[in-house]
Design a protein around this ligand. Structure first.
Ligand SMILES: *Cc1c(COP(=O)(O)O)cnc(C)c1O
Length: 471
């Protein structure tokens, strides 16, 4: 098209002002507000201008587009005002997927939020006494039951902060600021999202004293490093990796013995921190919070949204005297959590107290058997398979994720897709374009979906999406 003709086309476009005063657009202003409608009109007109400039629109096409301007504005508004944080279907088989929000909350947690968040609550009010109370009493009560059900851990107290990174920071700052903390070189871990033990140590004002080597550290290495500046022995769970082969690491019991003998507290950053014995779920190598406390560890830190299966939070459980010092540290005020977190945590912990572990989605997903998942997968495959999209149901492995039990995997059945003329990456992209987006794995040139992490009521949506991506 020639330049002169294009400039005529530009003149066919209404102004933003004309556009927002058209009767239909004016009606949109009532629902969305004039500023939003003006922005949307501007965006739609700008898109048309670009299409004219690049010669994509001739006169007839432009007429059509101008006729549909109000509808285009409405669509633009819908997209612009759609929430940014929205549900996705997790078909990766990674149960605690940090990028997908880690643990999905239980119904009980949502009920507690629904019941207290939209009204006033006794968050920091002692109703009986009629005076100011403490926000941590709400979960302290339940955690005391869960963590001191025997004589081995008589005086356990717990406080809650924003996440486990905050828990480690608060504990180190309280117990070791200005002094040294002894850590094995094999445990100087980095957890996804830039949590690095040496960096957190530096921010806490404590000095890291590394001992041993990457693969071998003995209790004697800790003992040799103890001096008058030593404030704390720290053990860090190797959440997301394992060191195998020629390795040695002192047991918790050995470190407890050393800590007691030298009168220095022992802290363990468990990371995931299960509240049940995961051996019941077929998962080994993941010590529970109670295991550590029973072994005599003085302070344990762990996340609320990993194996615990609750909201994002960091929990610090340990000896009452040490936890009391953390509570009165002014950092605690800066790192504290809000009523939504306490509500969700209380709902989650109640399920543990009632021993209703299936009420917690992450734990329920861990317990699904390969057979259960295989049956659902076969049903979805039967609904969605077509001449263009082949779906095989094959053996595979789910993982726990979230820095828990790196080597323990759960046997599962996977949907493996292959399409006559579309690459795996293209199929995965189309699954992500579905509403809600479906996130799958791509491995060895194949798209793999694991229904372990898909809620059963979402199976139908997965089948619908699969039918759509090949056509
Ligand atoms: C996950 C993890 C953290 C960080 O916990 P967040 O709750 O994500 O802040 C710290 N230490 C260990 C060992 C972890 O596994």
């Amino acid at each position: 098209m020639k330049k002169a003709a294009r400039s005529e086309l530009f003149r066919e476009l209404p102004s933003v002002d004309e556009l927002v005063h058209l009767p239909d657009a004016a009606a949109l202003s009532v629902s969305y507000g004039t500023p939003a409608v003006t922005d949307a009109a501007r965006a739609v007109l700008e898109r048309l201008r670009q299409e004219i400039a690049s010669g994509l629109l001739d006169e007839a096409a432009l007429k059509l587009a101008v006729g549909g301007l109000t509808r285009a504005i409405e669509e633009q508004l819908r997209q612009a005002l759609q929430p940014s944080l929205r549900p996705v279907i997790n078909a990766t088989g990674v149960i605690l997927h940090t990028n997908l929000g880690r643990a999905p909350l239980s119904e009980a947690a949502l009920e507690r939020i629904g019941g207290t968040a939209a009204v006033y609550s006794n968050l920091e009010f002692d109703v009986e006494a009629g005076e100011r109370g403490k926000r941590d009493v709400h979960v302290e009560r339940l955690l005391r039951r869960l963590l001191s059900d025997d004589n081995a851990t008589p005086d356990v107290q717990t406080i809650v902060v924003n996440n486990n990174a905050a828990a480690v920071l608060l504990a180190l700052n309280t117990l070791a600021e200005g002094g040294e903390v002894i850590v094995s070189r094999g445990e100087l871990v980095e957890i996804g999202g830039s949590f690095r033990i040496p960096d957190v140590m530096a921010k806490s004002g404590a000095t890291l004293r590394e001992v041993g080597t990457t693969n071998r550290t003995r209790v004697a290495d800790y003992e040799k490093a103890i001096c008058e500046r030593t404030r704390l022995l720290l053990r860090v769970h190797r959440s997301n990796f394992e060191i195998t082969g020629f390795t040695e690491q002192p047991s918790a019991a050995e470190l407890v013995e050393l800590a007691r003998r030298r009168g220095i507290p022992l802290m363990e950053d468990l990371g995931s921190g299960a509240l049940v014995d995961l051996l019941n779920f077929g998962i080994s190598g993941e010590p529970s919070v109670l295991d550590s406390l029973r072994a005599g560890v003085d302070v344990v830190t762990y996340s609320g949204d990993k194996l615990l299966g609750g909201p994002q939070a960091g929990l610090i459980s340990g000896r009452a005297a040490l936890v009391a010092r953390m509570r009165s540290n002014s950092l605690f005020r800066a790192l504290r959590v809000d009523k939504l977190t306490y509500a969700a945590l209380e709902g989650t912990l109640l399920a543990y107290v009632r021993r209703d572990h299936d009420a917690i989605p992450a734990l329920r997903m861990m317990r699904l058997t390969k057979d259960d998942i295989g049956k659902r997968a076969a049903k979805v495959a039967a609904q969605a398979e077509s001449a263009r999209l082949k779906i095989a149901v094959i053996d595979g492995e789910s993982v726990i994720g979230g820095g828990a039990a790196p080597s323990s995997v759960l046997p599962t059945r996977l949907l493996a897709l292959s399409c006559v003329d579309r690459s795996a990456d293209e199929l995965a992209r189309r699954l992500r374009a579905f509403d809600p987006p479906i996130v799958a794995r791509v491995e060895d040139g194949r798209v793999l979906l694991d229904l372990r992490t898909v809620f059963e009521e979402q199976d139908g949506m997965v089948a619908t999406a699969l039918k759509g991506i090949a056509s």
